[in-house]
Structure formats: C-alpha cells, structure tokens
Design a protein around this ligand. Structure first.
Ligand SMILES: N[C@@H](CCC(=O)N[C@@H](CS)C(=O)NCC(=O)O)C(=O)O
Length: 209
C-alpha cells in the first residue's frame, strides 16, 4: 500500500526549515502549503483553522494535524521508516533517539529563548532545563561521542540538531564550541541539506519580491 502524501505547512527562514530538510533527506513527495510571514498569513483565519497556534511547522495527514518540531520529526521518520532515519522500537538506540528528540523541545528551546530574552530562569531544581550550562554541556558531551547524535548512525535527530545549532550559533545564542562547529559542518554539508537550504533561499526571495 502506498503511503498517503503529507501536507507540509511551511514558511522559509523559520523553524519549519528543519522539516523541509528532513523531507529532502527522506526523499519523499509531499504537498507544500507556503505561508508568507511578511503578509502575516499564518495568523489569518484560513490557517488558524488548520493550526490554532498560527505556527509552523505543521503536518496534515489523513485529516489529522501534527505540530511541534520533535513530534513532526518523529512522525515523519516513522511514517517513512523504510528510509532508515529512525531506529525501530526494538532497536537499543530507540530510547536515546526519543530522549534527544524530546530534549530539543523541553530543554534546548526554552533555554535558548530565556537566554535570547536575557530572562532570569527559575532556580535549577524547578527549571525544566536545569541551567543553561548543564543543558548545553550535556548536549555537547553527546555530540562529542559523534560523528552523529547516535554515534555512527545518522538519523532524523541530526537534521533537527544540525539545523538548529546552525541557526543558534549563527545568532550567537549557542556557544560555537569546536565539537559543535564540526558537527554542524558535518550535517549541513550533506547534499539533501544543501538542496533544502537552496530551495528555501529561492522561496524566501520569491516571497520577498
Ligand atoms: N513549539 C513550536 C514552535 C514553532 C514556532 O515558534 N514557529 C514560528 C516560526 S520560527 C512561527 O510559526 N511563528 C509565526 C507566528 O507565531 O506568528 C515547534 O517547536 O514547532
């Protein structure tokens, strides 16, 4: 049976860029619904009816909606399991895979947002990510085991983290340690990542014109 196509809700130069890169790595066909942030299309009734958060990425599949980057990544990599970007449930790497997917949304993003807003986080024992240095050192220690988040195995995790660290170090929100830089370069130099970046730059230019 062929897998039904997903609808991908996307805006260039946004968090949905990572999902575009993942779809490119998977090499699957999909329908793309582009939202022009310059025109605030993500906040218009048509899209708010799709995703009441008014945010991307979002995936429509068989009448259901998937949002939140880690969920979107887990969903797509499992949907196209034959592409080999997600360890299966009985693979010992499945637990670490889920750990680092969820770490992204529950620890890394909140820590980066607090840092970018120069907001004082709660004390480490009540803060979801402890404190910034502990969160980041834990992540970097995993990267140092390399070459990928799961060691020798490249997975959807690397698309998520490679892309996020690329942007966050560029904005100077995440320290560009040597292991982090090497990891980013390893991931973003992949042909699919390069293709996704080029397509997104083209799309951004077309929307800006
Ligand atoms: N928690 C969401 C955050 C998504 C998000 O903040 N997306 C931004 C793009 S960088 C967005 O759609 N912003 C448009 C808006 O809020 O109007 C996720 O991880 O997917």
């Amino acid at each position: 049976m062929t897998t039904p196509r997903v609808t991908f809700y996307h805006a260039p130069n946004s968090r949905s860029g990572g999902t575009r890169a993942l779809l490119e790595e998977l090499g699957v066909d999909y329908d793309m619904h582009v939202l022009n942030f310059r025109k605030n299309e993500q906040r218009q009734p048509e899209y708010m009816a799709v995703n009441p958060m008014g945010k991307v990425p979002a995936i429509g599949y068989r009448g259901e909606l998937v949002t939140e980057q880690p969920a979107v990544f887990i969903f797509l990599a499992d949907l196209y399991a034959d592409k080999g970007l997600a360890p299966a449930i009985d693979d010992p790497l499945r637990g670490p895979y889920l750990r680092w997917m969820v770490f992204y949304g529950s620890c890394f993003e909140p820590a980066l947002v607090d840092r970018s807003m120069q907001r004082e986080p709660p004390k480490p024992s009540t803060c979801p990510y402890g404190d910034f240095d502990t969160m980041y050192n834990t992540l970097v220690a995993q990267l140092e085991r390399g070459p990928y988040m799961l060691g020798e195995r490249f997975s959807a995790l690397d698309v998520l983290w490679g892309n996020a660290l690329h942007w966050m170090t560029m904005f100077k929100l995440a320290p560009e340690l040597p292991a982090v830089r090497a990891y980013i370069d390893r991931v973003i130099s992949r042909p699919a990542m390069q293709r996704a970046a080029a397509k997104d730059a083209e799309l951004a230019a077309a929307l800006a014109a």
